[in-house]
Write a protein of this length. Structure first.
Length: 419
């Protein structure tokens, strides 16, 4: 009896604490019968009714919140960063594209932290728009092109990896997820970087990634964690593209799949230079609403991947259904820029329906800013994209990036990025 009562008291205290933390006791938004905190109510209870209020008050308040409580702080553009183009081949991909490879030295030192950008530019377009995204398995995994530099960074144990280093057997293994010819034919350049160049994807106490350059952003509750580091890396790719005359840096979409989709969304949310954002099955910490408790929850994500989010985020473990915030608020930081959220039916870990409602939850902000938001009012049927300024589709199959997904993304980009 005593322990039951104690347990109840603890739960109520915790609940109160969570609401107090947000300072937001009553304002709620309903999505599909589930109550989530209202994106258009300030923490002090003031309703946001104008675009100006959104831009000058609510958006900054939410960015501050997500940096403090979930993704952690990120540094700005490094003052000493330099770029070295070490490959420039105009007859790549059967003559369709120019291949460039560029090393980015984050602190300007050749023996310091660095990343390699692999860039293909369509030969028939001047000042091409581009799509940037990180890759899972090294630049050499996105195409069989033998001239792509073999990554020398740390790799998790997967096929073709020996002693945590990639071997020739990893060439082209992810080519199915990176249909370069299709993207180039549509008139877009593609830039990609291996996630592990920016921050190796394991809990190493932030010694091996770019965090080593920023000791002041470590050992604190809002530490510069891995998803934020990947997002920061995406912004650094854009920094390079801004210096490359072959690219129209005002038309660079940011794309990501799964954990890298979480990073793409956060990059889009925080770096307004990205005019369009694509999240492919980003799941928990991406587009999924935590209030939908099936699929990956905070406890699992923080236990299995303790380095992805900042230390403060761990206090929300077990509180998914009563959180004082949710991911619709993060997606709405992208508004009014176009964002595409996509799911796969069998990707239950990401919870496709919860990804849809995460996107739909951002709709009031897009409408407030005078756009059409996400047209669908219920979770769409398979292979039936709903396309407004927010777009969504769910396709059959599992956790993957398919040609079907890319066709939708490229059409979406055409709608908003083509001149
Ligand atoms: C899973 C993780 C997801 C998702 C996925 C991936 O293990 O639970 O959040 O990011 O990995 O990146 O493939």
């Amino acid at each position: 009896m005593i322990s039951k009562k104690y347990h109840r008291t603890c739960s109520i205290t915790l609940l109160l604490l969570v609401f107090l933390l947000a300072g937001n006791v009553s304002a709620q938004q309903m999505v599909n019968g589930i109550t989530i905190p209202d994106v258009l109510t300030m923490n002090n209870g003031t309703k946001v009714t104008t675009a100006k209020q959104w831009k000058t008050q609510r958006r900054p308040e939410l960015i501050k919140f997500f940096k403090k409580e979930m993704y952690g702080q990120s540094p700005g553009k490094p003052a000493d960063m330099t770029f070295k183009v070490f490959d420039n081949e105009s007859k790549a991909l059967n003559g369709k594209a120019t291949r460039k490879q560029i090393t980015v030295y984050f602190n300007g030192k050749e023996d310091g932290p660095q990343m390699d950008i692999l860039l293909y530019i369509p030969n028939n377009i001047k000042h091409a728009p581009a799509i940037v995204g990180l890759n899972f398995d090294g630049n050499q995994s996105v195409n069989l092109d033998p001239a792509i530099k073999m990554s020398t960074s740390w790799f998790d144990k997967t096929k073709g990896v020996v002693n945590n280093r990639a071997t020739e057997a990893t060439r082209g293994i992810d080519a199915g997820q990176w249909p370069l010819a299709m993207i180039i034919d549509k008139g877009y350049a593609v830039a990609t970087v291996y996630r592990g160049d920016i921050d190796p994807d394991f809990d190493d106490g932030f010694k091996n990634g770019v965090q080593a350059l920023y000791p002041e952003l470590q050992n604190r509750g809002d530490n510069f964690a891995t998803v934020a580091a990947w997002a920061w890396g995406l912004s650094r790719i854009l920094d390079y593209l801004e210096t490359d005359k072959a690219i129209d840096a005002k038309r660079v979409a940011v794309f990501g799949f799964s954990r890298l989709g979480k990073a793409a969304l956060w990059a889009g949310a925080t770096d307004e230079r990205f005019p369009l954002v694509i999240s492919n099955e980003s799941g928990a910490g991406g587009a999924k609403l935590f209030h939908y408790t099936s699929g990956e929850r905070i406890t699992r994500i923080c236990s299995k991947f303790p380095h992805w989010f900042c230390g403060n985020f761990k206090k929300y473990m077990g509180l998914d259904s009563i959180l004082p915030f949710d991911q619709h608020m993060m997606i709405s930081l992208i508004a009014p820029r176009p964002v595409y959220v996509a799911s796969a039916k069998d990707d239950t870990n990401s919870n496709p329906e919860a990804e849809f409602w995460g996107a739909k939850g951002a709709d009031p902000v897009y409408r407030l800013l005078g756009t059409n938001g996400l047209p669908a009012t219920t979770w769409p049927a398979l292979n039936t994209p709903s396309v407004g300024r927010i777009a969504y589709h769910v396709r059959p199959g599992g956790h993957n990036v398919t040609d079907y997904d890319w066709i939708q993304y490229l059409n979406f980009a055409d709608k908003y990025l083509k001149k």
